[in-house]
Design a protein around this ligand. Structure first.
Ligand SMILES: [Zn+2]
Length: 245
């Protein structure tokens, strides 16, 4: 077959597909979506592998010690995860409290979790549009973003007669990504505290909203600024004296 024929066939087929899409457009319906955020407890160990890398190994807890998934407050979990000290002990304490990081992967390099956190911190503070693209499966000319994930959704119908979709997240990583999706859908914006050395990220209602996450940080930043101003003034006075001598 001639190469030109392949090109012509490709164009023809794409044309057919576009026609069909126009004939049967996408259906958008409004149905409530629920995120139960259920995570099973897990036993977590951090060990070195042959190359000296720290590896997180997780396994199911024995029957009778919380085998079934429990509901977690994923926003609290996210805040806790963001403020962890970067040590194996802190990470293990966090996982002992919440459970599986990703039930499909029983062993994960620890480094990956800290990179996830770093990315999460950055993505949270990005503008809505950029955040949306990073969460999307097709945000970059059909390619997935950093936090693109496939969550499983089931259709539920209760006796009360209300259809809804229930989105299943089964590990801490998925649950935290789902909080980003929910925040985006609700139009939430975030900002990192402006005080040097404070890493707290807080939600804002508009661009001119506060710069510091709490009064303590605001006060500390004010004191710092005054001190710097005084220092500057003093050195100016000293310089003026030197000149007049
Ligand atoms: Zn702060």
């Amino acid at each position: 077959m001639d190469v030109r024929d392949i090109g012509a066939r490709y164009r023809k087929e794409r044309h057919h597909a576009e026609d069909a899409r126009r004939k049967y457009p996408l259906h958008a319906i409004v149905v409530p979506v629920q995120f139960p955020f259920l995570i099973s407890l897990a036993m977590s160990e951090i060990q070195q592998d042959a190359e000296g890398r720290a590896i997180l190994r997780q396994s199911s807890v024995p029957l009778g010690e919380g085998l079934f998934p429990r509901p977690v407050d994923s926003w609290n979990m996210r805040d806790e995860f963001l403020s962890l000290k970067q040590t194996d002990d802190e990470l293990r304490r966090f996982l002992d409290k919440y459970g599986w990081w990703d039930p499909t992967r029983p062993s994960i390099p620890v480094e990956e979790l800290w990179v996830f956190r770093e990315t999460l911190t950055r993505v949270l503070c990005w503008p809505e549009k950029t955040r949306g693209k990073q969460l999307s499966q097709t945000g970059f000319h059909g390619l997935p973003g950093l936090f693109a994930t496939r969550l499983q959704a089931t259709f539920e119908y209760s006796d009360g007669g209300s259809p809804k979709f229930v989105v299943i997240t089964s590990g801490c990583a998925d649950a935290m990504i789902a909080t980003l999706q929910c925040d985006l859908a609700r139009g939430k914006e975030f900002r990192k505290c402006a005080r040097v050395g404070c890493d707290v990220i807080f939600s804002i209602t508009n661009k001119h909203d506060k710069q510091y996450h709490d009064r303590d940080c605001q006060h500390a930043a004010l004191v710092q600024r005054r001190r710097e101003e005084q220092r500057k003034k003093k050195s100016e006075i000293r310089a003026a004296r030197k000149r007049s001598k």
